[in-house]
Design a protein. Structure first.
Length: 405
């Protein structure tokens, strides 16, 4: 029997690709280091580009019982003044509304669907330790489980194991660091009284960017974007002190809510923002996708969406050669064709996501004046068209991605 495809990492890219391969009759083993998905996930914003992938996979969030929230309005504040209020049903947002989706529940559902196929195997709590080689190519992976080590032979090893990818590191893949001048502090608070059911707000000013939006569990999710390395000093002053600092950068109603709920702030954690891109996603017998291939900036909420789209493109290239029983060079050629197709979307999104932090986080007189002029600039037709094109890229992607196998 031919060895299965082994996917390391049951995040969005790995779980989705495993489901597609299994549903197309291919033997696939999915390896996940954690025993469950019940931990903090940062990327829970699903754009229309990602929701289209769920459609192709036959995933109905409501029927599956996956918690989600749909923002009812989006308000942007600049230097303390409201710049714009966006209606998700109008303008560039017209059409499919982005959703805030519980990623743990979504991943469990994808794995559950894949488990319905005979060729699928899921190893929970199995940590990939090293790649196995044979005749100059990757031929499997050694995993550590609660019952001891297991050597998994593979027709192809796919690393979908995130920014700290073992497959990337052990496979000799090289990543180009594109730089990320910011860190992101994540925390949750009770939902503010008086807010509509699913309001979302963004605050720009004073070298900070703060985004407050509804979490799938009904709480208020807060993402505070600050200059890299700036949180250590704030954290040393204690939660109440940094909450007061947080309150300085938002409107009065939200500031009062922060102060009143300082003792109910869920344990904040720091995301060390990284933006990088592997050059050459395929090696003989191995492939990387998702964050393992391109760690995305948190700006624009793209990580979950582009990972799902990676899975679709990977399946389009891999399924035909797997069905034909191809191995070796033919399978490697199919894997190598994935990066050029995805680069047409990944590269412009990474370039675009790098622009806002330069304006938002910059300090000094000129950046402050530029931010203060945004309400005026936003009324200019040329600026509005440019902003619409940027928003469209984040919402709908840069290329058409359809499941064709």
């Amino acid at each position: 029997m031919r060895p299965p495809v082994v996917i390391v990492g049951a995040g969005p890219a790995g779980a989705a690709l495993a489901l597609i391969l299994a549903s197309r009759g291919q033997a696939v083993t999915l390896v996940e280091r954690q025993r469950d998905f019940e931990r903090e996930f940062r990327g829970e914003l699903m754009m229309p580009s990602g929701l289209e992938v769920l459609d192709a996979l036959g995933v109905d969030l409501a029927k599956a019982g996956v918690p989600f929230r749909a923002p009812s309005e989006v308000e942007i504040f600049v230097e303390g003044r409201r710049l714009v209020r966006l209606d998700p049903g109008a303008g560039v947002l017209a059409g499919r509304t982005p959703l805030l989706v519980s990623q743990p529940a979504l991943l469990e559902h994808l794995v559950s669907l894949a488990s319905g196929y005979a060729g699928f195997r899921f190893l929970r709590g199995a940590a990939a330790r090293e790649l196995l080689h044979e005749n100059g190519r990757v031929a499997g992976v050694r995993v550590e489980t609660a019952d001891g080590d297991e050597r998994l032979a593979a027709a192809l090893v796919i690393g979908a194991d995130g920014r700290a990818s073992v497959v990337r590191r052990r496979g000799g893949f090289e990543a180009k660091n594109l730089g990320a001048p910011m860190d992101v502090v994540w925390t949750k608070l009770p939902w503010p009284a008086g807010w509509t059911e699913a309001s979302a707000r963004g605050y720009i000013g004073g070298g900070h960017l703060l985004i407050a939006f509804p979490a799938p569990d009904g709480l208020l999710q807060v993402a505070w974007v600050i200059l890299k390395g700036g949180f250590g000093e704030l954290r040393s002053r204690g939660v109440e002190d940094w909450v007061r600092e947080l309150a300085r950068h938002v409107s009065g109603d939200l500031a009062a809510h922060f102060r009143a709920n300082a003792d109910r702030v869920q344990r904040p954690f720091l995301l060390d923002a990284v933006t990088d891109r592997v050059v050459g996603w395929a090696r003989p017998g191995a492939l990387v996708i998702g964050d393992a291939a391109h760690t995305m900036s948190p700006v624009g909420g793209q990580g979950l969406n582009v990972a799902l789209r990676d899975a679709v493109v990977a399946a389009n290239h891999l399924v035909p050669v797997l069905r034909a029983g191809a191995a070796g060079a033919a399978l490697d050629a199919a894997a190598a064709a994935i990066e050029p197709e995805r680069a047409r979307e990944i590269d412009p999104i990474q370039e675009l996501a790098a622009l806002p932090p330069r304006l938002v986080l910059a300090r000094g007189t000129m950046p402050r004046l530029l931010r203060a002029s945004l309400p005026v600039l936003a009324r200019l037709p040329l600026v509005r068209r440019r902003a619409g094109r940027m928003a469209s890229l984040f919402l709908y992607g840069a290329t058409e991605v359809r499941l064709t196998v």
